[in-house]
Design a protein around this ligand. Sequence first.
Ligand code: FEO
Length: 406
Amino acid sequence: MTMKLNEKTYWVGKIDNRKVPFHRLILERGTTYNSYLLMTDKPTVIDTVDIAFGREFVDNLQKLINPKEIEYIVINHVEPDHAGALPALAARAVNAKIVTTELGSQLLKDMFKLHNREFIIVNDGDTLDIGGRTLKFFETPFLHTEETMITYSVEDKTLFPCDIFSTHIACEELFNDLARGEYLEDFKVYYKLIMGPHRPYVRNMLKKIMELDIDVIAPSHGYILRKDAASFIKLYDEMSSTGDKLKKAAIVFSTMTGNTAKVAQKLAEGLEGNGIATSVFNLKNADIQEVIQIIRESDGVLVGSSTKYADMVGKVEELLKELKGIKAEGKLAAAFGSYGWSGEATVHIESYLADAGFRVVNQNYLVANLGVNEQLFPLRVKFDRQEGLETAEKAGMVFAELMSGN
Ligand code: FEO
């Protein structure tokens, strides 16, 4: 099955009526994997379909084009429901260059043994002339995974945002103006489950696309939004806004040489940069009871300490013992600290935080809740090394993201 979006663009995806498991959901209404072929002078495929349908996808595509004529394959997102048919396509589209982000290229090479293929790495705002049409790319990390980007066809005023603006529904009519039933609730549920946990990144994405003239949104699941496309952008704007309540975080720490203070500062920058009002306390100069009151009023807390003789320093342990007395359920918490040799302080802090009833953000938590594989928490920075401080800022951003989605 193929379908035309405009003069040069064909839908070449797959409608999947199965109730398949997906990110711990069952897709009760099925889904689609939308792939697009742009029949320009340099024919281009944008995203593929689920790994289960690779051969069918390529057979279908061959009804429109000899795969050897395909010049570019754009991969916006590497998850197997979109990039899964890439090996099958690449095997026949032997002349095609694969267009994706730097991280996307690394992942695709490893996942699909594509080390010998030519990749074109694109960065935010880059363009690509595909012979009669211009594609513009925007990096949209964590929507839905870290490597993700979106593609805008300038002349057609069409946005290909992959997972973003998607709906899980096996809609044979494909276009939202032809929808036979209600789909807005499914659109919102999809946002809440897949995009909502990454709210700060949704805000960043919206800033990028607000400047674009968009007539059609052609996502990779569910309806192609050619009727009232702007209303769906507005809906994302509304659903991702923080409302009236500004979330608050408290960062408290003790430091021996000042390095843990630098880590705290970078965490604060990451949090503040993502819309979290953040208070920072060096326990050396703070009243413990005042700090506890601030923690009570905060939505998240980060507790830091240098490590000395395999233990915490300063007043951190005194504070942690007191925290057992507050109602911490639901509050997110994490441990951090600079170290020289071992860095055990963060392990002790985590243990106290868990005992006090906080939801401790550590690597398992990040994998389970955001799909972030990088070791960010507990945050251990060796001395004040630059790469460690950069990680601290990123950890602050990710903590902010968790707080926003909480
Ligand atoms: Fe539709 Fe993140 O995959």
